[in-house]
Design a protein around this ligand. Structure first.
Ligand code: AMP
Ligand code: GLY
Length: 438
């Protein structure tokens, strides 16, 4: 029976993908998205762009992700069965704790468990205590001590603001002088504000990067498909870091055995460690990994679904997302709830001119009604004018997504579909899915 009501928190492409995947569920009758974007509202019976039964309706709620008490009141008033949190901000601010205190079901870790992302110093100490493969590191609250340390170490190092810095607080350095300059930016100029009260200095690793996301109910862990995103703004892995210009799943260089090994050496010990520490982890655990010659190492954990990784992963899920989330919340997660289609899926982000720096908004978007079947446009920075015209409203505007038998089929489909879409200054990478180029 389609009687479940779901609230998705966040307003990006990841949240559009979550809303869509939940609206496909035969169990779901209503999806709310707070605050959502122009893509996260549709009527009951809307056809599913990727086929199957029509979607349950989705509606936007004009509440910000950090309006925790207002969101809880909304969940009570609308008899929301489960709330799914997209971004890290509300999790780090304790939204899951507030909801649980009010007997509202929520998919996402507590504030304490979310420190796995919100404090890189906490995360590194946790990994060291629980034997999770990591680079060598040290954490400092005193600038002079950090500077002395990087000169003592010498050579390539990575300097990180410990707190949440919207993915920008990581500075990869070639030598000790660059590391000193990075410490100055974080602790002297305080470019990332209080996120830079503590710095973490790490051994600089080399290898291929991959991400492995997993569902967790606090005890059981089930991995998703491995994925890789492309963080740099321009082709060839050049230009400034962004929130992600595209992604694909699965990564073709990780075998089933590799995933089994990563589940045993990274995912399970992390969930078990958080449980042992009295801060059980319910939600998505996202491991950013470097595959080094000496084996995999954790670069970072995120306490949530990735954006745009989620948009590449969810179209390949053959089982229903709703019961997976329900099982996580109820401590009943099992392997057989999670099934994947063979094949690949790719997403290419269409960004505003100038992104990730300054960019214009309010520009009309054309061509989305001409997308071929089997392609889906996940909205990110979009809005509708009062007249109903679709316009740009952010840096990452749309993510054109398509599954295919082979990755090359998915990419051909997506890049073909992009030909139909336009807005002034639209920029995107032409090399998404080209292996190993970040
Ligand atoms: P993070 O936000 O911690 O994943 O870091 C962002 C990016 O910085 C990663 O995707 C890597 O490319 C790079 N990075 C982070 N930590 C390290 C490290 N210890 N060694 C080499 N590269 C790193
Ligand atoms: N795409 C990287 C992230 O979601 O953190």
């Amino acid at each position: 029976m389609s009687d479940k009501t779901v609230l998705v928190i966040g307003g990006g492409g990841r949240e559009h993908a979550l809303a869509w995947a939940l609206a496909r569920s035969p169990q779901v009758g209503q999806v709310y998205v707070a605050p959502g974007n122009a893509g996260t509202a549709w009527e009951a019976g809307t056809p599913d762009p990727l086929g199957g039964a029509p979607l349950a309706p989705a509606e936007r709620v004009r509440l910000a992700p950090d309006a925790i008490s207002a969101l809880a009141a909304f969940a009570h008033d609308h008899a929301v069965d489960v709330t799914v949190v997209g971004p890290e901000g509300p999790l780090a601010a304790g939204i899951a704790d507030t909801f649980r205190r009010e007997a509202l079901a929520i998919f996402g870790p507590s504030q304490q468990a979310a420190r796995i992302e919100s404090s890189k110093a906490f995360a590194r100490n946790f990994m060291a205590r629980h034997g999770i493969p990591s680079p060598a590191f040290a954490a400092f609250t005193e600038r002079e001590e950090a500077i002395a340390f990087v000169h003592e170490q010498g050579g390539p190092q990575v300097v990180k603001a410990s707190g949440l810095a919207a993915g920008k607080g990581v500075i990869v350095c070639d030598d000790a002088d660059e590391a000193e300059a990075a410490i100055e930016r974080i602790m002297g100029v305080r470019e990332f504000g209080e996120a830079g009260d503590t710095v973490v200095i790490e051994e600089r690793l080399s290898g291929r990067e991959a991400s492995l996301l997993a569902f967790s109910d606090g005890e059981n862990v089930v991995p998703m498909l491995p994925t890789r995103d492309h963080k740099r703004a321009y082709d060839g892995g050049l230009g400034p870091n962004t929130g992600g210009m595209g992604a694909y799943a699965p990564t073709l260089d990780l075998t089933q055995d590799d995933i089994g090994m990563l589940t045993e050496t990274v995912l399970k010990p992390t969930v078990q460690g958080l449980r042992d520490d009295g801060t059980p982890y319910v939600g998505v655990l996202f491991a950013g990994l470097m595959l080094t010659d000496g084996g995999p190492r954790v670069l970072e954990f995120n306490c949530r679904f990735g954006d745009p990784e989620t948009q590449a992963i969810l179209p390949l899920l053959t089982t229903d997302l709703y019961p997976i989330i329900e099982a996580c919340v109820n401590g009943e997660l099992a392997d057989d709830l999670v099934g994947w289609q063979r094949g690949s899926c790719a997403i290419v982000i269409l960004a505003s001119q100038g992104y990730p720096r300054k960019y214009p908004t309010g520009l009309p978007i054309d061509g989305l009604d001409e997308l071929p079947a089997d392609v889906i446009a996940f909205h990110a920075g979009t809005e509708r004018t009062e007249e109903g015209r679709l316009i740009t409203a952010g840096g990452r505007v749309l993510g054109i997504t398509g599954p295919g038998v082979e990755l090359s089929d998915a990419l051909r489909k997506v890049y073909g579909a992009i030909e139909h879409v336009s807005f002034q200054g639209m920029q995107y990478r032409r090399d998404i899915g080209v292996n190993y180029i970040s």
